[in-house]
Design a protein around this ligand. Structure first.
Ligand code: 5GP
Ligand code: MN
Ligand code: MN
Ligand code: MN
Length: 237
C-alpha cells in the first residue's frame, strides 16, 4: 500500500485502480498552509477544526474544505469543537447552522457513524467518530469509551477517530502513550486496513502494526505549538 507524507508534487501519481485518501486533522482554525493539499478521491479531517469553537473558525474551515477538489470530503469533530457536541447538547442552534453550511458546501459530517464509499471508489467501509478519552475538559470526551467503541462495525475498513488508539502514534512530548486503550482493544479485534486519527499533535506520522494488518496514521496538521506545519498524509487503497 502506498502511504506518504512527502510534499504533493513529489508524490507518485495515483494508479487508475486505486482510491487515494488525503488525511488532515487538528487544523484548529487555520486554513492557510505553507504546503499544497494533495489531490485525491477522499479528503478526511479527523477533528479539532477549531481552537476556541468560535463560529468564524467553523465558517472559515468549511469554506477552505469546500475549495478542495476532492469528490468526497469527510470531517468529524474533536475536543475543541464544542458546538458540534451532541452529548453536551448545549449548542443546538450553532450545530444546526454549522451543519447546514457544511452540507451546502458539499461536505459530509460524520459523528460516530458508518459511511460506505461508492463502488467507483472501492466500496470501502468507513466509520468516523469524534470521541476521545477525558483529558482536562473538552467536547466529545468521555471517561469510559468501551461501550462507545462497541458499536463500530467489525467489517470496518477505514476507521477515523479523533483520538489515537493506545500504542500507535500516541506518544506525547513527555514520552507517555496517551491513546485510548479501549479503542486499541477494538482495533485489535477489527484489524481495519487503516486507522486515521489526530489529537496528539506531537505524535504526527504513520506506522504499521507488527503483522502489517493495519496502517496507523496520525494526521495532525498542527504542531504541539499549534503551528499548522505538518503535511497531509496520503494513502492509496
Ligand atoms: P488538543 O487540545 O488540541 O486536543 O491537544 C493538544 C495537545 O494536548 C496534544 O498534542 C497533547 O500534547 C495534549 N493532550 C491532549 N490529550 C491528551 C491526553 O489525553 N493526555 C495527555 N497527557 N496530553 C494530552
Ligand atoms: Mn488538537
Ligand atoms: Mn486543548
Ligand atoms: Mn484534540
Amino acid at each position: 500500500m502506498y502511504v506518504t507524507n512527502v510534499p504533493a508534487d513529489e508524490m507518485l501519481p495515483k494508479s487508475k485502480d486505486t482510491t487515494r485518501f488525503v488525511c488532515m486533522s487538528d487544523t484548529h482554525g487555520k486554513t492557510e498552509f505553507s504546503f499544497k493539499v494533495p489531490e485525491g478521491d477522499v479528503f478526511i479531517h479527523a477533528g479539532d477544526l477549531t481552537r476556541s469553537s468560535r463560529m468564524e473558525e467553523y465558517e472559515r474551515t468549511i469554506q477552505w474544505m469546500a475549495s478542495l477538489p476532492h469528490p468526497i470530503k469527510i470531517f468529524t469533530g474533536g475536543n475543541h469543537d464544542h458546538f458540534l457536541d451532541a452529548v453536551e447538547g448545549f449548542y443546538p442552534q450553532q450545530k444546526e447552522s454549522i451543519l447546514a453550511k457544511a452540507k451546502m458546501a458539499g461536505l459530509i459530517y460524520l459523528e460516530h457513524e458508518a459511511y460506505q464509499l461508492p463502488e467507483s471508489m472501492g466500496s470501502f467501509k468507513m466509520f468516523v467518530s469524534p470521541y476521545a478519552p477525558t483529558h482536562l475538559w473538552g467536547a466529545f470526551m468521555l471517561d469510559s469509551l468501551k461501550a462507545v467503541w462497541e458499536s463500530i462495525p467489525l467489517d470496518t475498513d477505514i476507521l477515523v477517530t479523533h483520538t489515537p488508539p493506545l500504542g500507535y502514534q500516541d506518544i506525547t512530548s513527555r514520552g507517555r502513550n496517551v491513546g485510548c486503550p479501549d479503542l486499541r482493544n477494538k482495533i485489535d479485534t477489527i484489524k481495519p486496513l487503516v486507522s486515521v486519527f489526530g489529537h496528539i499533535h506531537e505524535a504526527y506520522g504513520y506506522s504499521h502494526s507488527p503483522e502489517k494488518e493495519s496502517l496507523f496514521i496520525n494526521a495532525c496538521t498542527s504542531s504541539v505549538r499549534y503551528r499548522p506545519i505538518q503535511l497531509p498524509i496520503v494513502f492509496d487503497l
